[in-house]
Design a protein around this ligand. Structure first.
Ligand code: PAF
Length: 328
C-alpha cells in the first residue's frame, strides 16, 4: 500500500468509527413539570419517554424533574428558550406571555365540554397557535389538557358572583384569568405554582382555582375546605421542546418526538377523563365540602363577566372566537 492509499484507508476507518459513534451517541432530555410523577403530567411525560426511547433504540433518554423541580412554569419555559432544559409539559398559565394568541383559550366559559375543547385544540385554530411558538424560540408539539378549572377556598361556599367578592384567590400569572376575577370583584393574586401550597397554609391567600386533576394530585384537600365545581374555564396544557434539541435531530427523530407527544396527550386525556368521574368522590372522602354551580348560577357568572368579555373581544379576533364557539 502506498502512503496515499494508507492515508485514505485510515481516514475512511476514522470516518466509519465517528459515524458509528454518532449513531450510538445518547442525548439526555431533561423534562420539567409542576406536578408529581403520578399526576396527569407525570403519566404523559412517562408515555412520551417510553415511546421516544423505544423508537430511537435508546438514543434519547429522559430525565424527569417533577413537582416543579426546575422551578415555576415560566422559568422552565425560559430554560427551554436558552437551552438549559430540553422538554416540558405546562399549563396555559404563562403561555400568553410568550405567544399572546394562546390567551384566547383562557377566556371563561368558552368551551362547552372536554370534547369541544379537544376538537378545537386538535383542529385548525389550535394547530395554528402551536406553529406560532417558533417565533418565540420554542417548538410546540401538541396540546395536552388538565380539565376544567374549579374554585377551592377556606372562606365560604360559592353559589353566586357576590360570594367571591374580596376573596384572596391565587390565579396563574395569566392576564385573561386575572381580568375575569377582577371583574367578579375578587382579589386575584397571581403567583407561581411552587408558592401556592405554603401560601394557602399560611393564610396569605384564601383559595386558588385548578382542575380536579390538580386538586387531587396536589392533595389540596389537606389545605382547602370548600370546593365549588364552577368549571369556569378550560385548562389546556402544552408539550414543548427546545429549539436546540429540535434542530439537532434528524427529520425521522423529529417525527418520532411528534408521534410520541400525541401518545402522551392520549394518556393525559385518559387520566383527565378518569379523574373527572372519580375525583369528586375522592375529595369528598378526604373531607372537602363540595357544591356544583347550576346552569342558572353559571349564567349569572357569565352575566357578571360581561365587561371582561368586552375586553377579550377587543384583544382577540372575534371571527376566531365565533369559529371556536361554532365548532361541533
Ligand atoms: O395552577 C397552575 O399554575 C397550573 O394549573 C399547575 C398546577 C402548575 C399545573 O400546570
Amino acid at each position: 500500500m502506498n502512503s496515499f492509499t494508507m492515508k485514505l484507508a485510515l481516514a475512511t476507518a476514522l470516518g466509519v468509527f465517528a459515524l458509528a459513534g454518532a449513531a450510538n451517541a445518547q442525548q439526555e432530555v431533561k423534562i420539567g413539570y409542576a406536578l408529581a410523577p403520578t399526576s396527569h403530567y407525570g403519566v404523559a411525560a412517562q408515555k412520551w419517554q417510553e415511546v421516544v426511547e423505544a423508537r430511537t433504540d435508546g438514543r434519547y433518554t429522559f430525565r424527569h424533574f417533577p413537582s416543579s423541580g426546575l422551578g415555576g412554569e415560566r422559568e422552565v419555559i425560559e430554560g427551554l428558550q436558552i437551552g438549559t432544559v430540553e422538554a416540558t409539559i405546562v399549563s396555559s398559565g404563562t403561555l400568553s406571555n410568550f405567544v399572546p394568541e394562546t390567551g384566547i383559550f383562557d377566556i371563561p366559559f368558552l368551551f362547552r365540554d372536554l370534547t369541544h375543547a379537544r376538537k378545537v385544540l386538535d383542529g385548525e385554530v389550535g394547530q395554528a397557535i402551536l406553529a406560532k411558538f417558533d417565533d418565540a424560540g420554542l417548538v410546540a408539539l401538541a396540546w395536552g389538557e388538565q380539565g376544567f378549572r374549579h374554585i377551592t377556598n377556606n372562606r365560604n361556599a360559592i353559589g353566586e358572583p357576590q360570594d367571591v367578592a374580596g376573596l384572596k384567590l391565587r390565579t396563574m400569572e395569566n392576564p385573561i384569568h386575572i381580568t375575569a376575577f377582577e371583574t367578579l370583584g375578587a382579589a386575584p393574586t397571581p403567583m407561581a405554582w411552587p408558592e401556592v401550597i405554603s401560601s394557602l397554609q399560611q393564610g396569605t391567600i384564601d383559595g386558588q382555582e385548578n382542575p380536579l386533576s390538580v386538586i387531587t394530585s396536589a392533595k389540596l384537600s389537606e389545605v382547602q375546605k370548600y370546593l365549588t365545581l364552577s368549571g369556569h374555564v378550560y385548562s389546556p396544557a402544552m408539550l414543548l421542546v427546545s429549539k436546540q434539541l429540535w434542530e439537532g435531530m434528524t427529520p425521522e427523530d423529529q417525527q418520532i418526538f411528534k408521534d410520541a407527544a400525541k401518545e402522551a396527550v392520549a394518556a393525559m386525556r385518559a387520566y383527565v377523563d378518569e379523574v373527572e368521574t372519580s375525583g369528586v368522590e375522592q375529595l369528598k372522602a378526604e373531607g372537602m365540602e363540595i357544591s356544583e354551580l347550576t346552569a342558572e348560577e353559571k349564567a349569572d357568572f357569565q352575566k357578571a363577566l360581561a365587561p371582561a368579555y368586552e375586553k377579550y373581544y377587543g384583544q382577540y379576533d372575534k371571527a376566531t372566537i365565533d369559529q371556536i364557539i361554532a365548532t361541533e
